[in-house]
Design a protein. Structure first.
Length: 125
């Protein structure tokens, strides 16, 4: 039998946003998060969990979502992707569905992913 609990408005708002995307009820989303936390808690060392909490590095999901479609959000994504190992990929202007693969040596290849494998395509340059 369920038990009523008081939850912050922010948590309920975040759960509502994510629940719509994951096709769960708000209660189902919060239960999913609780089960996830319950399964991860034994893997975190106590000192690490306290450090994460004290760092204040966590942000509400709604705040993160609001930043996605703005220049600051796009800049953060670009910076993150540029910091990752090669190859890097970028879209090709005017070529729907094509990507430019950039290797560590700076070489560029135009292509697309087919069954999760990047395949070069011939283009009219």
């Amino acid at each position: 039998m369920g038990q009523p609990v008081k939850l912050s408005d922010q948590l309920v708002s975040d759960a509502r946003t994510i629940a719509e995307l994951s096709q769960r009820s708000i209660a189902g989303q919060i239960e999913f998060w609780a089960a996830l936390g319950q399964s991860l808690e034994p893997l975190l060392r106590g000192d690490r969990a306290i450090a994460l909490r004290q760092s204040g590095a966590t942000r509400p999901v709604s705040e993160s979502i609001a930043e996605v479609d703005c220049e600051a959000g796009r800049s953060r994504v670009r910076s993150y992707l540029d910091s990752r190992p090669y190859p890097h990929y970028r879209t090709v202007a005017g070529q729907n569905g094509l990507l430019c693969k950039i290797d560590e040596d700076g070489s560029e290849t135009i292509g697309r992913f087919v069954n999760r494998v990047f395949q070069e395509v011939e283009t009219d340059a």
